[in-house]
Design a protein around this ligand. Structure first.
Ligand code: TYM
Length: 344
């Protein structure tokens, strides 16, 4: 097998995306957006609002464009700078769709059948799921590889999809005898925010689709709502806060709260446990609420301000789409040439 990792010699480039479905929450922020912002100064970055992914499941009639603006506003509020990064809607760049078709003919059914997120999202009645939902990870591969992105900041739940992207890139390069054409992108997952769990069940990830709003902290929650949700967060009956990392074993809810504190404050878990070990949740929870509010209040304020000027958001999205098209166009020309399609 050709080792395509070592043969790709193009520049480093970052790509990631968020679906315009529901409100952004603390998991999205710590797993994805916070990392997006951190990468802007060191890398060429493309940040996409993945509206083609959103329609793999039912969307509220007429709401899509506005939800796309909302995610774009959240990107900006979190610190994405359109002068540094290309921010755009997926449906504005047709290369995503074209490359998906090509990758549909590279990916194998068996690869997609192994995807756990499809099984989770389709539930018991997979026969009624859209073909798009099944194909979701192939569209992800196209998103990333249309720009030959080498690094992809995501939460832990996207790990399997990133492995599939690498398999598709590797197989394309091999099948079409184009060693090193596509990079094998690296997921950037590590860090304490990679898997934020529900505040109501430490074994389930925090999710936009959880019916209970108390399970998540939304980017737009007020300080009071945040404090209430943290106060009501599930803990356990196994006693006070442990003072060492080992003491978090078998305590997923406590581990999650300490992980959130660490991810937001930048303090290592060990230091947090040294400080709060032996104390009750009546002490730790208010401290966590303070850290969370302090972090989110300025973001929420900026988010509301930005939403007041939708024309400015639209301008940023349009400029980002131009930049994205310009990067994808030569890649797609090469792809067509490599496959051998008829061309004028
Ligand atoms: P979405 O919108 O479902 O999630 C956006 C990002 O948030 C991360 N995330 C979490 N991270 C930590 N803890 C959680 N509880 C949590 N919940 C969500 C997700 O891992 C993701 O990084 N399929 C992608 C969107 C996408 C994409 C791409 C990403 C489409 N094409 C290409 C990267 C590259 C998704 O999960 O969106």
């Amino acid at each position: 097998m050709t080792d395509t990792t070592s043969t790709y010699t193009g520049p480093e480039r970052v790509f990631s995306g968020v679906q315009p479905t529901g409100k952004l929450h603390l998991g999205n922020y710590l797993g994805a957006l916070k990392k997006f912002v951190a990468l802007q100064d060191s890398h060429e970055c493309l940040y996409c609002v993945v509206d083609l992914h959103a329609i793999t499941q039912p969307v509220e009639k007429g709401a899509l464009a506005d939800q796309t603006r909302q995610i774009a506003a959240a990107y900006l509020a979190c610190g994405i700078d359109p002068a540094k990064s290309a921010m755009f809607a997926q449906s504005s760049v047709l290369a995503h769709v074209e490359l998906t078709w090509i990758f549909n003919c590279v990916a194998r059914m068996g690869w997609l059948e192994r995807m756990t997120q499809f099984k989770d999202k389709a539930g018991k009645d997979a026969e009624r799921a859209s073909v798009g939902l099944f194909d979701y990870p192939v569209l992800m591969a196209a998103d990333i590889l249309a720009y030959k992105a080498t690094h992809v900041p995501v939460g832990d739940d996207q790990k399997q999809h990133l492995e599939l992207t690498r398999d598709i890139a590797e197989r394309f390069n091999r099948e079409y005898d184009a060693p090193g054409f596509f990079p094998l992108p690296e997921p950037l997952i590590q860090g304490p925010g990679a898997r934020i769990m529900s505040l109501k069940d430490g074994t389930k990830k925090m999710s936009k689709s959880d019916p209970s709003d108390l399970s998540r902290i939304n980017l737009v929650d007020t300080a009071d709502e945040i404090s209430k949700k943290i106060r009501k967060a599930k803990t356990d009956l196994l006693g006070d806060m442990p003072s060492e990392v080992d003491g978090l074993k078998g305590r997923p809810e406590v581990e999650n709260l300490v992980g959130i504190y660490s991810a937001l404050s930048g303090e290592p878990v060990e230091a947090i446990l040294r400080q709060y070990g032996g104390q009750g949740f009546g002490v730790f929870k208010p401290a966590l609420a303070d850290v969370t509010v302090a972090h989110f209040a300025p973001i929420t304020e900026r988010f509301r301000e930005i939403l007041n000027d939708p024309a400015e958001i639209d301008r940023a999205l349009a400029a980002g789409a131009d930049q994205a098209r310009a990067i994808a166009a030569p890649v797609m020309d090469e792809v067509r040439r490599i496959i051998g399609f008829w061309q004028v």
